[in-house]
Design a protein around this ligand. Structure first.
Ligand code: CA
Length: 235
């Protein structure tokens, strides 16, 4: 045992002598990896550049919640068929609303990004129709539609189902006119306007959240940090 220990110790000494040579390729690889990581960080910074179109949302064309004078804006791209969007609306949004929207610091806009199924587009058409025809009922319809969400892989957002949701949440709804608008795709242009904005903003999935046009993670802490930074910058 003792001999073998000595041998090990000797061979260790020899190895130590060779270490710098052995380390050379490892150091080189580490440098390459480091450069790649730094490059990636730069890419992240680039992605965080503001999308100007998202910080000048026109309240006459889009639903805006909160004070129109607020200096900070949050934009959410969503799909009514997206379960995470529903979760976000239930778990993250109420806190944001209480802390920032109701206090006049932040205004909030929802934009359509229907991509999950063909009925995602039908749901977006319904949302745009309600916003155009019954703007005062828009947020109630929006919430009711998320509450009425069914399985993601089931084609549930049919004109009939969307009409039921609208009857529940929009007072004095003209049912026949609403059905006709869905059948005619009356508000397709408005849906496409939102989707095109999303593509410009490189939306990869929903909910996609932007604070003053800059992409942020959709969790409360990340949004709060971005809002506070923007509020400090406009003071
Ligand atoms: Ca819209």
């Amino acid at each position: 045992m003792a001999k073998s220990n000595i041998r090990t110790s000797n061979s260790k000494k020899k190895n130590i002598g060779r270490l710098p040579l052995i380390l050379f390729p490892i150091v080189l690889i580490a440098l390459i990896v480091l450069l790649a990581v730094l490059n990636n960080q730069n890419a992240d910074v680039d992605q965080k550049e503001a999308v100007p179109a998202l910080s000048v949302i026109n309240a006459e064309e889009q639903p805006v919640l909160g004070s129109p004078e607020a200096k900070v804006s949050i934009v959410e791209f969503g799909d009514y068929k997206c379960p995470t969007c529903r979760y976000w609306g239930e778990q993250v949004f109420p806190q944001l609303k209480a802390d920032y929207i109701d206090t006049g610091k932040v205004k909030f806009t929802f934009l359509q990004f229907p991509f999950i199924g063909t009925d995602s587009n039908t749901a977006a058409l319904a949302s745009e129709a309600i916003q155009a025809q019954y703007p005062e009922a828009f947020w109630d319809f929006h919430k009711e539609l998320y509450n009425s969400q069914l399985e993601e892989n089931v084609k549930w957002a049919t004109p009939e189902y969307l009409t039921e949701v609208a009857i529940k949440s929009v007072p004095n709804l003209n049912v026949d006119e609403f059905k006709q608008q869905l059948a005619d795709g009356t508000y397709q242009e408005q849906v496409d306007t939102d989707s095109n904005l999303g593509e410009k903003a490189k939306v990869m999935g929903t909910p996609a959240v932007y604070v003053n046009g800059k992409p942020v993670n959709a969790d409360y802490q990340s949004i709060q940090k971005a809002i506070e930074e923007e509020l400090a910058a406009v003071k």
